[in-house]
Design a protein around this ligand. Structure first.
Ligand SMILES: CC(C)(COP(=O)(O)OP(=O)(O)OC[C@H]1O[C@@H](n2cnc3c(N)ncnc32)[C@H](O)[C@@H]1OP(=O)(O)O)[C@@H](O)C(=O)NCCC(=O)NCCS
Length: 216
């Protein structure tokens, strides 16, 4: 599914359940020691996905422990992103020579809990969601907005090396399956130019909402 919303330069792999026999590298095992079993399983499966995606780039299996800010540590010259939610895990990777950053996110297709939209949505975004809801009530647009923001964060953090508030990016969702992002915080420079605008794609299928940004 995630492949459908990523450009060809980005390799990806996904899983819909966990292989209970799968193992981790020692440094990964150390990073997850003490976590509950469900967390250990998603952490392990998404790393299997990441290693499968890296194999498509010709890169042999390597440890992928969490790095600064809990962002995954990719091999030199590689950018990527991982996501997991109930019933879904995915990873996407690309050569840094072709793509500056990748951010992917998966969410269950269900409205956000009460009160969350008020915390994460800007007034303009909330007005847009009203219009989208009137047009098509089958998509949980509030959850999709949240997912877009999570994908933005996964692109932002490895480039900026600092956190980004939910109010720091304004999302405009197009019902046709794309979204655009206006960054409102002082942006990092990418290839000598400020990162002020990025765009991504989204997919609503089989009980899941997926979002993906590949910043080229
Ligand atoms: C980091 C965050 C975006 C993860 O998203 P999530 O929906 O909770 O969880 P997902 O399963 O989709 O993604 C988790 C994966 O994201 C990756 N990740 C975690 N922190 C990251 C970071 N700082 N940068 C990039 N990727 C990160 C990791 O690979 C993690 O999986 P792992 O712990 O098994 O390695 C989220 O927890 C968070 O901190 N959000 C607050 C910041 C934010 O979203 N601001 C809005 C900006 S507009």
């Amino acid at each position: 599914m995630i492949e459908d919303i990523l450009p060809v330069e980005v390799a990806s792999a996904e899983a819909f359940d966990d292989d209970r026999g799968a193992d981790l590298f020692a440094e990964e095992r150390a990073a997850i020691a003490g976590a509950v079993q469900t967390r250990r399983r998603e952490f392990t499966t998404v790393r299997q996905c990441a290693r499968a995606a890296l194999r498509e780039l010709g890169i042999p299996p390597v440890p992928l422990p969490p790095g600064p800010g809990r962002a995954p540590s990719w091999p030199a010259g590689v950018v990527g992103s991982m996501t997991h939610c109930t019933g879904y895990r995915a990873a996407a990777v690309a050569r840094a020579s072709r793509v500056h950053a990748v951010g992917i996110d998966a969410e269950p297709s269900a409205p956000l809990p009460d009160g969350v939209l008020e915390m994460i949505g800007l007034p303009k975004e909330r007005a847009l969601l009203e219009r989208l809801r009137a047009r098509d009530a089958r998509v949980p647009w509030d959850r999709l907005l949240f997912s877009c923001k999570e994908a933005v964060y996964k692109v932002w953090f490895p480039l900026a090396r600092r956190s980004l508030e939910f109010s720091g990016a304004e999302i405009a969702i197009d019902p046709g399956g794309t979204f655009s992002v206006r960054l409102l915080e002082p942006p990092p420079a990418v290839a000598g130019r400020p990162l002020t605008q990025v765009s991504g794609r989204w997919l609503h299928r089989d009980g899941l909402l997926l979002t993906a940004i590949a910043f080229r």
